[in-house]
Ligand binder design. Structure first.
Ligand SMILES: C[S@@+](CC[C@H](N)C(=O)[O-])C[C@H]1O[C@@H](n2cnc3c(N)ncnc32)[C@H](O)[C@@H]1O
Length: 260
């Protein structure tokens, strides 16, 4: 698996900075639900660590060892109290087995879209449900497909390469420029992206150029709702943002579902 390895993991915290208000939203939901919380696809801890700092106990599961290693490094710099509230596991959200049951499971920052088939989506939702308490909730967000964006990214070549972000690598002091290309496959509901990381020296000469693929499967609003119902959940809310505003086509799908 090439996803979330190498520069994509090392630079994750600089390139993938989250969505407006998402961290606060998930911390509030963790406070409301009580401990322990289960995060699927916890990555480098962008959401997990603030939840642990807020006083909740949290189990983080991720299939990428590189991301978990970065999270473990961050944890070592935190107080023993916070460290004691965090457990980390390498695993796949489609198939894991924990003895604990959780009042809240979360899948922030569109990690659910890494499940590339309907079977994988159902496996994950079923496995997560088995880990919820009777009244437990699953809260997660995915983007809502924007028809105009899809139409603009069809065809074998996809979009032109566009600059995505730029930052200084604190370890090397080198400038990192990130480019991305995107191609939509509407038959399979797949988005195939390439992230290209360029490492430049002080004169602007390129020291390294690395390609990293990222494939996501987008889900439509009612597809997601029926998937949840099929897998034994009752939908409590669909918000359009992390301020709990109304759902809008082409925006974000923020789902709150309870074990039925
Ligand atoms: C977009 S990142 C989100 C990380 C973190 N939750 C955040 O908000 O920054 C997606 C994460 O999901 C993980 N992931 C993808 N598919 C997974 C799966 N089937 N099981 C567990 N983790 C998975 C990736 O390794 C990656 O760390």
């Amino acid at each position: 698996m090439k996803e979330y390895t190498g520069p994509e993991a090392d630079y994750y915290d600089y390139c993938f900075v989250g969505l407006e208000g998402d961290m606060q939203f998930y911390v509030e939901e963790a406070q409301k639900a009580g401990s322990p919380v289960l995060e699927l696809g916890c990555g480098t801890g962008r959401i997990l660590l603030p939840i642990a700092k807020s006083g909740a106990t949290i189990v983080g599961l991720d299939r990428a060892p590189t991301m978990l290693a970065l999270l473990r490094q961050k944890l070592t710099k935190l107080s023993p109290d916070v460290q004691g509230r965090v457990s980390l596991l390498e695993g796949d959200m489609r198939d894991f087995d924990l003895t604990e049951r959780f009042p809240l499971a979360i899948i922030p920052y569109r990690a659910f879209l890494h499940l590339l088939t309907a079977k994988a989506q159902r496996q994950a939702l079923t496995c997560i449900r088995e880990h919820l308490t009777d009244e437990g909730r699953l809260i997660f967000n995915v983007f809502d497909p924007d028809l105009e964006v899809i139409a603009a990214h069809l065809g074998p070549l996809g979009s032109a390469q566009k600059k995505d972000s730029e930052f200084i690598d604190p370890t090397s002091g080198h400038r990192i420029v990130v480019w991305a290309t995107t191609q939509y496959d509407p038959e399979q509901q797949l988005i195939e992206q390439y992230f290209i990381f360029e490492e430049l020296d002080a004169d602007g000469d390129m020291l390294a150029r690395t390609y990293r693929p990222l494939t996501l499967r987008y889900v439509h609003r009612y597809e997601m709702r029926y998937l949840l119902e099929l897998c034994g959940y009752k939908v409590e809310a669909l918000y359009g943002d992390f301020q709990r505003g109304p759902f809008r086509a082409g925006g974000e799908q923020v789902w709150v579902a309870r074990r039925a």
